[in-house]
Design a binder for this molecule. Structure first.
Ligand SMILES: [Zn+2]
Length: 372
């Protein structure tokens, strides 16, 4: 029997390397991720790539052409960092290692930094993941599964079990407007805290392309949408599904327009079965959402809507890279981060600056070359 990829030698030997790393070696790792070499550097100001004059005490280089000084993190998301290089490597490893995410407090205890340092560091990684998500249309040769999942805003269970009147349920789920607009939670039969929590609930719609028979998903993307409805599904299908795609969904009415937008559309009735005898299911989406939800409940303990898309992109990245050996996944992450531009959303976080707006599907559609 072939060995499972999680049990391979590469997967466990990496921890030894990280534990015995020195600060000089860590700097070399970062330099080789950024420039592909440890003996030559590219000046971030003028771009000259050669061996520059080294100032060993400050761990910086002086450019031979423009005389500006730079370090290995100048011009990257970690521009102006104070963390030692070895701690950066350990934070990368801690982040990449958590199949169901990485808790800030746990990372801070492991590395010896404050939770806020870990928060900003991980926030910058997620920012990169938002921009690194592959938006090329899915479909063609392989089946695509599509489904929506609700995240955030889980209400606390009531102390006593009681039958909820029909009208209260209708107000709760937005089917009827409350008479008293100032205190709608009373008519909905909820506490004020639970009413506020519900307002933080969002829907994430995921598209998962199969990697082949019994191989799970190959490429995944997921977006925070305004609702699981026809309008959002149409926008997703027009931009992220190729017209010849074969798509499988559940029987939700939101997917009723799909048949006209893609070549083949099959549905599975979740009231009866997860997968039909012909093999129609949306199980790849359920897998992604399962890991994401385990993380929400067990590791991260909830998301704010403002950062839900960032977390979604993190789990899309984890899903897409889940079959790589740990050192390979670590290297992909490190190269991606060290060749990314400075952070827009997290630079100046310590001085009180941060991203104010919630992002979702609209943010990605605006970034596409031409929105259909
Ligand atoms: Zn220069």
């Amino acid at each position: 029997m072939t060995q499972h990829y999680l049990h391979s030698k590469e997967s466990r030997n990496f921890a030894r390397k990280i534990n015995s790393l020195t600060n000089d070696e860590a700097e070399q790792w970062l330099a080789s991720a950024r420039w592909g070499a440890t003996d030559k550097q590219g000046c971030p100001a003028c771009g000259l790539f050669r061996k520059h004059y080294r100032r060993a005490k400050t761990r910086r280089w002086r450019c031979a052409s423009c005389s500006r000084e730079f370090s290995v993190t100048s011009g990257t998301p970690f521009h102006g960092r104070k963390l030692p290089f070895v701690d950066m490597i350990r934070l990368f490893a801690a982040f990449e290692n958590g199949a169901k995410g990485q808790s800030l407090l746990e990372a801070s205890r492991r590395v010896g930094c404050t939770p806020k340092t870990a928060q900003v560091f991980f926030g910058k990684i997620r920012e990169w993941m938002v921009h690194a998500m592959d938006l090329c249309p899915l479909g063609g040769a392989f089946t695509v599964h599509m489904d929506g999942g609700y995240f955030g805003g889980k209400p606390r269970k009531p102390n006593r079990r009681a039958r909820i009147p029909r009208r209260a349920l209708e107000v709760r789920f937005g089917k009827k407007a409350p008479k008293n607009q100032n205190q709608p939670w009373i008519e909905a039969g909820m506490t004020y805290q639970n009413w506020c929590k519900r307002a933080r609930k969002r829907v994430v719609i995921s598209l998962c392309e199969s990697a082949g028979h019994r191989m799970g998903s190959g490429r995944v993307m997921a977006f925070v949408c305004s609702g699981e409805n026809e309008a959002e599904v149409t926008r997703l299908a027009k931009n992220f599904l190729s017209p010849d795609a074969r798509v499988m969904t559940d029987e939700s009415s939101a997917y009723s327009t799909l048949g006209a937008l893609v070549a083949e559309h099959y549905t599975v009735s979740h009231a009866n079965e997860f997968s039909t005898s012909e093999g129609v299911s949306d199980n790849m989406c359920e897998t992604l959402f399962s890991r994401f939800r385990r993380s929400e409940y067990g590791t991260l303990h909830g998301f704010r809507p403002k950062y839900l898309q960032d977390y979604t992109c993190e789990f899309v990245w984890r899903e897409n890279h889940r079959k790589h050996a740990q050192d390979k996944r670590f290297r992909i992450l490190m190269i991606g981060m060290m060749t990314a531009p400075t952070s827009r959303w997290w630079a100046g976080y310590w001085q009180g600056r941060c991203r104010r707006e919630e992002i979702g599907l609209d943010y990605f559609l605006a970034r596409l070359p031409s929105t259909k």
